[in-house]
Design a protein around this ligand. Structure first.
Ligand code: GAL
Ligand code: CA
Length: 342
């Protein structure tokens, strides 16, 4: 805990220094934006990449009369820690908060703290339920539509199956599959799985679910779950649907650890298009992924932070229902992966 605090403090210092360097002399006369960010878990690969983009976007928005500092904290999987962190961020003088909730059904404490201090909140990536979003008019959400990512993953799989009859290894006319799921209760877990499977069914593909494992978006946990499922279903598995790239990579790790040759490994699909995920598509190890637009999300977050504090530019934000901004997903295969690697 202590080490983390120090790490966070150093980070604040670095970012403010970096941002300070990028701006002009008359700073004291300009607007000051202090962004307070808390992540559910900074060990998360996708969120780490999103965080890097967010910092870049903020520094690009800096100018002679706009001075931006950022404090970033890691709640390390605890909602109580995150509630305390929000208080800490408010006490430190933050005038806008970006919250990646630990428990997306439990933002009430955070909302009331922010409301008492009149500090707007941009929730991101982990979507609060609509009732909570209605608690106050200064609550926003930036993310992506979970259903769209599942449908796109389903379309990628459907395409691959129709193009390659070898995927149905036992030639029974059905595709035996397993699912690696994100966290129970996360909008991107249940909805991605359901819509990917529905898309396959609607395309007339016969599928048979052998099993599933919950691996909390995590590569090492996915490797474990996958080792168990391979132990149970052996070579019957013809397709692995993973709710994100890190878990897809964990599935590959499991096959590698068990000494499967490349031709013996079933097709594996992820979602996110993280750096390692895109590399795996490029190498042909992952059949496809769905790009989760971290650049677009980070840009929208940065612009909204500035608009909320400076009270300028709100009319340029592309809201749905006045509070939500959703960035579209994109399909990635070996054919277009280089466009995303640039
Ligand atoms: C999802 C993403 C996962 C993980 C999760 C955390 O959108 O696909 O990789 O980062 O968010 O909330
Ligand atoms: Ca089969």
């Amino acid at each position: 805990m202590r080490a983390k605090r120090i790490w966070a403090a150093v980070l604040v210092f670095c970012i403010s220094t970096q941002l300070l360097c990028g701006c002009g002399r008359n700073m004291s006369s300009g607007k000051k934006i202090h962004v307070g960010v808390t992540y559910y878990n900074q060990g998360d690969t996708f969120l780490n990449e999103l965080n890097n983009c967010f910092q870049e976007q903020l520094s690009e928005l800096e100018s002679a009369d706009l001075h931006i500092t950022v404090t970033i904290l890691d709640a390390d999987g605890s909602q109580r820690t995150q509630d305390d962190q929000v208080k800490e961020l408010i006490d430190a003088g933050c005038n806008v908060l970006c919250v990646n909730l630990v428990d997306r059904t439990d933002p009430s404490k955070i909302i009331s703290l922010a409301r008492e201090n009149d500090i707007p909140i941009i929730f991101f990536n982990r979507e609060p339920v609509p009732e909570d979003m209605m608690q106050w008019d200064k609550l926003y959400y930036i993310g992506a539509d979970a259903k769209q990512s599942g449908v796109m993953q389903g379309e990628l799989v459907s395409d691959a199956i129709q193009r390659n009859e070898q995927i149905d290894r036992n030639k029974d006319g059905k595709i035996q599959y397993v699912v690696l799921e994100g966290e129970a209760g996360h909008q991107d877990a249940i909805i991605r799985t359901e819509s990917a499977v529905d898309t396959l069914k609607n395309d007339g593909i016969e599928i048979e679910k052998l099993g599933y494992g919950i691996a909390n978006w995590n590569r090492a946990q996915a490797q474990n779950r996958m080792m168990q499922m391979i132990g149970q279903y052996q070579r019957d598995i013809e397709l692995v649907l993973a709710n994100n790239d890190d878990m897809a990579l964990g599935a590959m790790d499991a096959y590698k650890k068990l000494d499967f040759t490349e031709t013996d490994i079933p097709i594996i699909f992820g979602i996110d298009g993280t750096d390692v995920g895109l590399e795996a598509v490029l190498d042909g190890k992952m059949a496809g992924t769905v790009y989760n637009d971290k650049e677009g999300q980070a840009e929208a977050m940065a612009r909204l932070c500035v608009a909320l504090v400076s009270k300028k530019g709100m009319e340029d934000m592309e809201f749905v229902n006045e509070k939500y901004i959703f960035l579209p997903y994109e399909k990635v295969t070996s054919e277009n992966v280089t466009d995303f690697l640039e």
